[in-house]
Design a protein around this ligand. Structure first.
Ligand code: NAD
Length: 353
């Protein structure tokens, strides 16, 4: 298992450092993995003048999986667009053909007070949102702002090919198989023909997975159900734009941005794994960032790219245990708990492993 490690900017090196220690602990238990580190984002601009340098491209292409911290920082906001750290992120996603974004929204019962919803609504929440990442209205042509009949019009095109829908449906159905075997596909078929096709193709593909219970929901209802009764969902699958909105909504149900991992996969299961949060420049270098989202990203890597379910579950159980022990970084701290820094949290997870 070859892993390309990209710490990135801000708190990236601190949190990735702890995730790498967790992987090294697993290696001592006989899991065979190799890690090599490279530059992405602002640090790559500083060192090589390019947010996604050739050396990083080579390493990322040759690896089976990529572990990323986060990129960006205020010092880079003045650079020309092609040199911005975000370009590095978009560049690597495109280069590796990552079309499936998996975002779990999992709320540990110990952190139920962090949510803005009532604890009984969210305690034990465990949803996986599968978002298509390379199609839809974000990329469809024609697009632009033009002048028609003497006034400006803005145009974007919602478009999905059957093959694009089928491959994301397959990822979601496979993921549902590894979880609660329930899949809810989200569309707007009452208004948009494009999503009528979406519903038809997902329904057809699901015939190959009789063990997964498929349902469909209109996106407006899905947005409402996510705050009304989010625990009804297991896996949700949807297009790029609806997924963009619903995955942010779902992650915020948990209230703890420092806890949530994500995966972006290609057709063969190669993936880029990263926390959903950014580089947190306000706390960078202080040793206080929460490393758990990045550590949980390694669990997703072991599950989705390497099919190492036991190792993945061990990491998740270790995280659960440190929370039960009352350890908290500043972002999830509550009175009565023990506040720890980034490294101490990493130490505790490794001890719990
Ligand atoms: P952010 O997620 O970095 O930070 C938002 C808030 O959450 C901050 O107060 C931060 O301190 C806190 N926070 C985030 N992660 C935390 C952690 N692990 N532990 C404790 N607290 C944590 O979002 P932002 O401030 O909007 O963006 C900062 C920079 O990150 C920007 O340059 C932005 O472009 C970049 N960014 C990168 C990614 C990515 O690399 N995928 C994603 C989002 C933002």
């Amino acid at each position: 298992m070859k892993i390309c490690v990209l710490p990135g900017d801000g708190i990236g090196p601190e949190i990735v450092g702890q995730a790498v220690r967790v992987l090294e602990a697993l290696r001592q238990d006989g899991i065979k993995l190799e890690m090599e580190t490279a530059l992405l984002g602002g640090c790559a601009v500083d060192a090589a003048g390019d947010p996604y340098p050739e050396a990083t491209r080579k390493l990322a292409r040759a690896a089976d999986a990529v572990l990323l911290g986060a990129v960006g920082g205020p010092q880079y906001d003045v650079l020309p667009r092609e040199q911005r750290p975000e370009r590095g992120l978009l560049g690597i996603r495109k280069d590796l053909g990552l079309f499936a974004n998996l975002r779990p929204a999992l709320l540990y019962p110990e952190l139920a007070n962090a949510s803005s919803l009532k604890p009984e609504v969210v305690a034990g929440l465990d949803i996986l949102i599968v978002r298509e990442l390379t199609g839809d209205i974000y990329f469809g042509e024609p697009r632009g702002i033009a002048v028609r009949n003497g006034e400006k019009v803005g145009v974007n095109t919602m478009i999905y090919a059957e093959s694009e829908i089928r491959r994301i449906a397959r990822v979601a159905l496979e993921a549902a198989r590894k979880r609660g075997r329930k899949l809810c596909s989200v569309d707007k078929m009452n208004v948009l023909e494009c999503t009528q096709l979406w519903r038809d193709v997902v329904t057809d593909e699901a015939k190959q997975y009789p063990d997964v219970e498929l349902s469909h929901m209109l996106v407006d209802n899905a947005a409402m159900q996510l705050v009304r009764n989010p625990k009804q969902f297991d896996v949700m699958v949807t297009g790029n734009m609806f997924g963009d909105i619903l995955s942010d909504e779902a992650s915020m149900l948990t209230g703890s941005i420092g806890m949530l991992p994500s995966a972006s996969l290609d057709e063969k299961g190669k993936g880029l794994y990263e926390p959903i949060h950014g580089s947190a420049p306000d706390i960078a270098g202080k040793g206080v960032a929460n490393p758990l989202a990045t550590i949980l990203s390694t669990a997703m890597m072991l599950r989705y790219t390497f099919n190492q379910e036991t190792a993945a579950a061990r990491i998740e159980a270790a995280v659960k245990k440190v929370l039960q022990q009352g350890l908290r970084t500043g972002d999830i701290f509550e009175p009565g708990m023990r506040q720890v820094g980034t490294k101490e949290m990493g130490d505790a997870v490794i001890a719990a492993l």
